[in-house]
Write a protein that binds this ligand. Structure first.
Ligand SMILES: C[S@@+](CC[C@H](N)C(=O)[O-])C[C@H]1O[C@@H](n2cnc3c(N)ncnc32)[C@H](O)[C@@H]1O
Length: 279
């Protein structure tokens, strides 16, 4: 697995995009290794896309906690290896970073209004102390996937969390909007958006903030070493952005409205966090 993982990362960096794409679509699909690797439930789930799209919340749950029942020993071992890699570690760190953001806004503001876009299973809210202690006003959890929102509802009975089934498109077009938001964030979404959509979404989300409100957007950076395995054997393609490309993401916001701006990376340097505060 070490040789395969590193070798794929090496080829992905060495070849041009077209050559790499061709390799992923033709060579790896037909390769006998594929069947073996797909004994890993995480790899297979990604490749088969049971919900019809890449990167569903069930797939991300394989990254949050190891769970492999009814899986062969080989499958478990492959999954265990992948689970320990830096990409999945960054996703787990992302969950903690977002939970800290939720706790922090609850310290700054009494009963804050929080918006999570493309919330998936909203696992960060299960970690946030402010949610457990019911110190938030409302957490609006938007996702396109009814099944994911059903899990959110199961985990958060009691009315603090409001699941909203809606799409990025609807937000971008201004059909769905929220106001007076103290914290808006999105993780695991921008990694799938083209530049035009990412820009418009950022502008719309920023516009929903109240004065002093924060917008946090996470995006995987291009150097992530897991990308080779993900693209070739999981058919999981992200839009990776570096700091320069992240600048484009907020370029449609009037700079006079931005009180502060920061870009930071997580501990391993795989994920970039763009944080904007509204004046
Ligand atoms: C990779 S998961 C991330 C989930 C969660 N934010 C997390 O960090 O664990 C991506 C989520 O984005 C949602 N999503 C993708 N495209 C979307 C769209 N166009 N509109 C609304 N939700 C979308 C999916 O349904 C999925 O739940």
């Amino acid at each position: 697995m070490v040789a395969l993982h590193q070798g794929l990362d090496f080829l992905r960096r060495k070849w041009d995009r077209e050559e790499w794409h061709l390799f992923c679509l033709e060579s790896t699909r037909a390769h006998p290794l594929r069947e073996l690797l797909h004994q890993c439930p995480y790899s297979r789930h990604s490749f088969e896309r049971p919900r019809g799209y890449a990167g569903d919340a069930e797939l991300i749950d394989y990254v949050y906690a190891e769970r492999a029942t009814g899986v062969s020993r080989m499958g478990k071992a492959i999954y265990h290896y992948l689970y320990a890699q830096s990409g999945p570690a960054s996703v787990r760190e992302r969950r903690l970073i977002l939970a800290r953001e939720i706790d922090a806004v609850a310290e700054r503001v009494k009963r804050p209004r929080i918006l999570s876009v493309a919330c998936g299973h909203l696992r960060e809210a299960e970690t946030a102390l402010a949610v457990r202690e019911r110190r938030i006003g409302e957490l609006i959890a938007v996702d396109q996937d009814e099944l994911s929102l059903a899990e959110v509802t199961r985990q958060h009975a009691g009315g603090l969390v409001r699941p909203v089934c809606d799409t990025v498109r609807s937000i971008v077009l201004g059909r769905t909007s929220f106001s007076g938001v103290d914290l808006a964030y999105s993780a695991g979404l921008y990694d799938y958006l083209n530049e035009a959509t990412a820009k418009r979404l950022t502008r719309q989300l920023f516009g929903m903030l109240r004065s002093g409100g924060r917008l946090v957007v996470a995006n995987f950076a291009p150097n992530t070493p897991d990308a080779g395995y993900m693209e070739s054997f999981m058919d999981w393609w992200l839009v990776y952005r570096d700091e320069e490309q992240m600048k484009g993401v907020y370029s449609e916001i009037d700079p006079k409205q931005i009180a502060s701006l920061s870009m930071t990376r997580d501990e391993v340097g795989n994920v970039i966090y763009l944080t904007l505060e509204r004046r």
